[in-house]
Design a protein around this ligand. Structure first.
Ligand code: URA
Length: 210
């Protein structure tokens, strides 16, 4: 993936995203749409994975057929909202290894603090797809990718549903080697760090906690 930011402008993705943004969309519909959209985003985020060939027998003949090269992918979810995106991606890549990173925001320093970190083994041999629906200030994404890099991963992609320009800039500064795939680059952040126009609190909307 050569571009730092890829916006998936496919009509199905954009249509589903509009439904998710609407404030009257129910938790149930929001979850269903998120699952569908994450399948489509997973398709895009894996577009440039290297392939090799394996010799197989079809009922007709032998052939050298394409397969994804290298160790199984690692999907890394940033808790808790990352899990909503993870489910759909996992449906498309069921053999992937899965990691979780938990971060909370220190109310005094406003910096992310790690409370959970469990990543698959041999990360240096895997492509890691880090998932979090909202790239807002970029603080937690940058911190999560710091941890993923510390585990040895060199090939990392960040997948989100919405991105704010501020978060994209922060990621580009901290991790210029990590491409971002998103369904939309929104307008801005508000004073509370929410994406505008956005869709509100992604975790609350997918888990029905508000
Ligand atoms: N996290 C969210 O859930 N929503 C935003 O708009 C920003 C961060």
């Amino acid at each position: 993936m050569t571009q730092h930011l890829t916006v998936v402008d496919h009509p199905l993705v954009q249509h589903k995203l509009t439904l998710m943004r609407e404030q009257d969309t129910s938790t149930r519909s929001f979850r269903q749409l998120l699952r569908e959209i994450s399948l489509l985003l997973a398709y895009e985020v894996t577009r440039d994975l290297p392939v090799t060939t394996r010799t197989i027998e079809t009922p007709m003949c032998e052939m050298d057929a394409p397969v994804i090269e290298g160790k199984k992918l690692a999907l890394v979810s940033i808790l808790r909202a990352g899990n909503g995106l993870l489910d759909g991606v996992l449906e498309l890549i069921p053999a992937a290894r899965i990691g979780f990173v938990g971060l909370y925001r220190d109310e005094e320093t406003l910096q992310p603090v790690e409370y959970y970190n469990k990543l698959p083994k041999r990360m240096e041999e895997r492509t890691a797809i880090v998932v979090d629906p909202m790239l807002a200030t970029g603080n937690s994404s940058v911190a999560a990718i710091d941890l993923v890099k510390k585990s040895g991963a060199k090939n990392i992609i960040f997948l989100c549903l919405l991105a704010a320009p501020e978060g994209v800039a922060r990621m580009k500064e901290a991790h210029p080697d990590v491409p971002i795939v998103t369904a939309s680059l929104d307008e801005k952040l508000n004073e509370k760090g929410y994406i505008v126009p956005g869709l509100g609190d992604a975790g609350d909307r997918m888990f029905g906690t508000k």
